[in-house]
Design a protein around this ligand. Structure first.
Ligand code: BG6
Length: 525
């Protein structure tokens, strides 16, 4: 009797969708050059993301990935480095039968941008690799380097003639040269402008992809679908029906080994100026007239431009900053921020920010948006919740001693991606007892697979030339313009007491008072 042949498992809905028209198509062969190729970002995020794309057959038919760094490393050593990072950080385990094909597209070049001819060896190697692999010279340059090296690297690219002159680099010109820039772009508005000006001498805006990895998260992309592919929510998204909106990005981790960067940044620069204001603009924007990258980005920019500036004493009323002191993480004692390695014992860097924002436009006039983010909070949880107005105090809500819970639409960004709508419902039985129930959607349960990592989506979009999920220069600068008066006020208050919170707790009492002063409360997560 012939052996039974097992039918391959039916593809999940997710697999069918992600293999279908929904996936952006990156069809043009490309060389991805990663400056900082042997660094932490490449190890933890970029190489695992590229591996997952290759596993899904989403990389262009021919690809080379060239890591560049100061370390001397052979191609084989780089492949081992990539494999180790992928084994540790990839969302899916390594498939030994698929790995060799991916590994054969990886190369490493030792180059230093400090020297005048630093990129000479890189140019020679790229020519050989591209010739051997039949690549036409489309290039993506990824700046996975500290911000202080963005401009020198871009200047070296120009000096080494890696980038076509700006006039020739139209969106349709081939081969293309694209640039990916990581955050932080600048330390303040002026330094952001300086970086943008220097990059603009070499690259046109349409060639520049500024990463805010929050925009690559599946749930964040779903905000637009939720809002504009359903008729139930959009009519309610305005000051007539919404009472307020909360955006929380909570992390349980402390500063870890990143004190060198974080001491200079703090939570306002690290999380609010970019990720949180992006989330705010996605949830508050008007419907764009098309899904064209610039049309979507124009609408988001409108939100940033409509933020009411928080200036002078108003900062003391609307913004709370705080720093964690020693406490517990899952029952384990953890040090306070000032005791972390590399942190000054007198540090005034904030690890927590809560802020009340007003958007001065017709849609949102008078509706507060409360944002909070912090390190060493009780858990890793990011969520946007839209709190609808209370039901009038009549009928089922007539008993003021037992008010009904207002409806809340909560969008869980991570973990357990999904969204839920809280609804009042009658408990079965002869009496009218009302109980808040939840209509709850979980990505994992419905689509049967883990969502792609943000970097997978973003890298694919750059290959496909789709800039929708990337930050345009004007948006970066508008966000800086909003946070600058807050930073200025804090700088002027060098000796003001800095609130603290215990590691493992939900931020300082001052943040509770901020929202409670308006008659509302932080939503428990
Ligand atoms: C980064 C910040 O941009 O985002 C980090 O620099 C922060 O401080 C991280 O921890 C959070 O990202 P995620 O995807 O883990 O929520």
């Amino acid at each position: 009797m012939a052996d039974a042949v097992e039918a391959p498992p039916a593809p999940s809905l997710f697999e069918r969708l992600s293999a279908g028209e929904a996936a952006p198509i990156a069809a043009e062969p490309v060389t991805i050059v990663i400056f900082g190729g042997a660094g932490d970002l490449a190890h933890r995020k970029l190489l695992p993301a590229l591996y997952n794309l290759s596993l899904d057959g989403l990389l262009p038919p021919r690809t080379a990935i060239v890591g560049v760094g100061r370390k001397a490393m052979s191609d084989d050593e780089y492949r081992a480095f990539a494999k180790e990072g992928t084994a540790q950080f990839s969302r899916r385990p390594i498939d030994e039968s698929a790995w060799p094909a991916f590994a054969s597209s990886l190369f490493f070049v030792n180059a230093s941008i400090d020297q005048a001819q630093g990129l000479g060896p890189l140019g020679a190697r790229l020519d050989i690799v591209e010739h051997e692999r039949g690549l036409p010279g489309n290039r993506i340059y990824y700046m996975a380097v500290p911000p202080s090296l963005f401009v020198p690297t871009v200047q070296q690219l120009q000096r080494a003639r890696f980038v076509p002159p700006r006039d020739a680099a139209t969106p349709a010109a081939r081969p293309f040269a694209r640039l990916i820039v990581e955050k932080p772009i600048g330390h303040d508005l002026d330094s952001a402008r300086e970086i943008d000006d220097s990059i603009a001498e070499v690259f046109n805006e349409h060639q520049i992809y500024r990463i805010d990895h929050y925009l690559g998260k599946e749930t964040v992309q779903n905000i637009l679908v939720l809002r504009f592919a359903n008729s139930i929510f959009e009519p309610l998204f305005n000051q007539k029906y919404v009472d307020h909106v909360q955006i929380t990005v909570a992390e349980s981790e402390g500063v870890g080994t990143r004190a060198g960067y974080y001491e200079q940044a703090g939570a306002l620069r690290d999380m609010v100026q970019n990720h949180m204001l992006q989330l705010l603009s996605m949830i508050a924007m008007d419907p764009p007239h098309s899904l064209d990258a610039d049309v979507v980005r124009d609408e988001k920019l409108e939100v940033l431009r409509s933020l009411r500036p928080i200036v002078g004493e108003e900062v003391d009323r609307r913004v709370v900053r705080a720093q964690y002191v020693a406490g517990f993480d899952m029952g384990k004692p953890v040090p306070g921020y000032r005791e972390e390695p590399g942190v000054s014992p007198q540090s005034r860097t904030e690890t927590y920010v809560a802020i009340q924002i007003s958007i001065d436009n017709w849609r949102w006039a008078g509706i507060p948006f409360f944002l909070r983010t912090g390190k060493r909070l009780p858990k890793r949880a990011s969520e946007i919740s839209v709190h609808l107005k209370e039901v009038p105090p009549i009928l089922f809500n007539a008993d003021r001693a037992r008010p009904l819970d207002p409806n809340v639409l909560s969008i869980r960004i991570q973990p357990d991606e999904g969204f839920a709508l809280g609804i009042s419902s009658k408990v079965p039985g002869p009496r009218v007892n009302i109980y808040p129930v939840k209509m709850d959607f979980h990505y994992g349960a419905t689509f049967g697979a883990s969502s792609p990592e943000a970097y997978e989506r973003l890298l694919l979009d750059v290959m496909a030339g789709d800039a929708t999920l990337f930050m345009r220069r004007d948006a970066v600068e508008a966000a800086w313009r909003f946070v600058m008066p807050i930073l200025d006020r804090w700088r002027a208050q060098k000796d003001a007491p800095l609130p603290t919170y215990r590691a493992g707790e939900w931020g300082p009492a001052e943040a509770d008072r901020l929202i409670e002063a308006t008659g509302r409360q932080w939503r428990p997560l």
